[in-house]
Design a protein. Structure first.
Lengths: 248, 290
């Protein structure tokens, strides 16, 4: 059913810390590794070792340069995957009901056996979170590793999305953003987490933590009191020498 | 947006076909027997041919029947229903005209309504997308509907109606371009809103996530041909509206009428190509492209 649920029991999602992300792309690789051999069709590559490689990824890391009015530019690495929006436009446009948002946890999924590969859901997504697999001709997207997070065959520490588990910097957090007391919700409240493209009205569940202001060193030198400037104008013998040498 | 030929042909020809079916459903021209058969054949070839060509862009056309299930929420599903209902109802109405020499007026009116509904739902597939500001405005359905009704009048041989409607559709087409040019700027989406990093300074796409291309860039970031957009617009509107109107104003001649139809079709194809090629998806912002 492609009508959206009025509300979901949980709002599972990711919180991505743009201050901590080092841009290593490990989340991209671990996402592709897990998802190419688990839920749904594999994530195919086209011409992977040739001159024009391309392929299906559910998570990609952009890098942006931010130039403040004054001072140095700042480089920010920016991982982007499905934001599991509350008002997901990709779900309502689907003609077959293949695209749906789960009532129990708010995860947006694609039932691949119902997908006709029309691509309209990818057109409706402002974030580029959906990619049509060129081999299977069905729409692929982040499943929030639905096959990990409830998987009792995995050790408890692994029951988080693959990208979160692998991030070496701890820049990715997973939890219930519908519960104000959850660690992710508290993190969002504390750090002022934001929605991407709020003007699109999608109400994303995933939040981004903006980079904290950089430390600015004050103009301060501990040795300053001991280094009073010497006389600017030479006097006495040195003054005489200076003037004499100037005249030569 | 990538201008896929299958979708351009679909929307142009099925638009014309359903436009003609609309007029036939209204009983204009009031044909029966063999000439009704000829009119209905042309309309069905255009409408059904267009619909078949639209399935070429599907990854799994064999599952297309599933697209009838989500009419409550999806414009694409509603389009499927309207098309099937229009084609079935007007086929029954056509049988009455061709074989029984009788006009079942109410059936024709209902069919005409669904024929217009098909064109409207097609246009809403595009107009609903907030992600493509150029399409996300009421002028998009006005554009599709006016072209369909005008083209239908032209095919139905309704010279007076066609002249008026071609002028109206030309004006709406021009307005669509003028308003469309401002749409992205007015949408409020830019790299600062996409990254939410504008409070620090001016963001710039520094490094893309991948060295090669991908589905998103192929599908949504199509910049080829935009540099000739102004010339193409002139060509499109001249062929679509100006030339047919001039030809129709001349003393009536079947050859001139055929030229008017061909010019109109070529103009609509060019305009539809521009409709896709000029449309910019907000996802391009993340790549520093539009």
């Amino acid at each position: 059913m492609t009508t959206l649920p009025q509300q979901t029991d949980k709002k599972l999602g990711l919180v991505i810390d743009l201050d901590t992300c080092v841009g290593c792309h490990a989340c991209v690789i671990s996402c592709k590794g897990w998802n190419t051999e688990n839920y749904g069709a594999p994530l195919s590559d086209q011409d992977p070792y040739g001159a024009d490689p391309s392929g299906t990824f559910l998570n990609r890391v952009h890098s942006y340069e931010i130039q403040p009015a004054e001072g140095h530019a700042q480089l920010i690495h920016f991982p982007k995957s499905c934001l599991h929006c509350e008002d997901a436009p990709c779900v309502t446009v689907c003609p077959t009901g293949a695209s749906y948002k789960r009532v129990e946890d708010g995860i947006v999924l694609v039932n691949e056996s119902d997908c006709i590969g029309c691509g309209l859901c990818a057109w409706a997504c402002p974030y580029g979170a959906r990619e049509m697999d060129q081999e299977e001709k069905v729409m692929k997207k982040c499943t929030l590793c639905v096959d990990r997070i409830y998987n009792e065959n995995l050790p408890e520490v692994d029951r988080v999305p693959s990208c979160v588990r692998t991030c070496p910097a701890g820049a990715r957090h997973f939890g219930d953003l519908g519960d104000p007391d959850s660690t992710v919700s508290q993190l969002v409240a504390e750090r002022g987490g934001v929605d991407l493209m709020p003007e699109q009205g999608t109400k994303p569940v995933n939040k981004y933590l903006p980079p904290r202001p950089k430390d600015a060193l004050p103009e301060f030198d501990v040795l300053a009191p001991f280094l009073e400037p010497v006389a600017q104008e030479p006097k006495g013998f040195l003054g005489w020498l200076d003037k004499t040498l100037e005249k030569l | 947006m990538h201008p896929a030929p299958s979708v351009i042909f679909f929307s142009t020809f099925s638009g014309l076909g359903f436009g003609l079916l609309f007029w036939l459903g209204l009983g204009i021209p009031g044909v029966t027997g063999f000439s009704a058969f000829a009119f209905f054949t042309i309309a069905y070839l255009l409408a059904v041919g267009g619909l078949i060509s639209s399935t070429f862009h599907l990854g799994h056309p064999e599952r297309a029947l599933k697209a009838f299930t989500q009419w409550r929420s999806s414009w694409l599903s509603r389009e499927g229903w309207c098309a099937v209902l229009a084609l079935v109802i007007l086929a029954v109405y056509g049988i009455g005209l061709v074989f029984f020499d009788s006009r079942w007026t109410v059936l024709g009116l209902i069919g005409a309504l669904f024929a217009l509904g098909t064109v409207f739902t097609t246009s809403m597939i595009y107009a609903q997308l907030k992600t493509v500001p150029r399409w996300n405005m009421p002028l998009t359905p006005a554009n599709f509907l006016s072209l369909s009704i005008a083209g239908g009048a032209l095919l139905a041989g309704q010279v007076t109606w066609a002249i008026g409607l071609l002028i109206v559709s030309g004006i709406i087409q021009a307005a669509t371009w003028v308003m469309g040019d401002k749409a992205f700027g007015n949408s409020g989406s830019d790299l600062a809103s996409a990254t939410q990093l504008g409070h620090i300074g001016t963001p710039r796409a520094f490094e893309p996530p991948h060295t090669g291309t991908n589905y998103l860039l192929r599908e949504f970031v199509h910049v080829i041909g935009r540099k000739h957009a102004q010339k193409l617009r002139l060509i499109a509107i001249s062929l679509m509206a100006v030339l047919p109107v001039v030809l129709l104003l001349l003393p009536f001649n079947h050859l001139l009428a055929v030229v008017a139809v061909l010019a109109h079709v070529a103009g609509v194809l060019a305009a539809r190509w521009l409709f896709f090629a000029e449309a910019e998806h907000v996802v391009g912002l993340y790549y520093g492209k539009r």
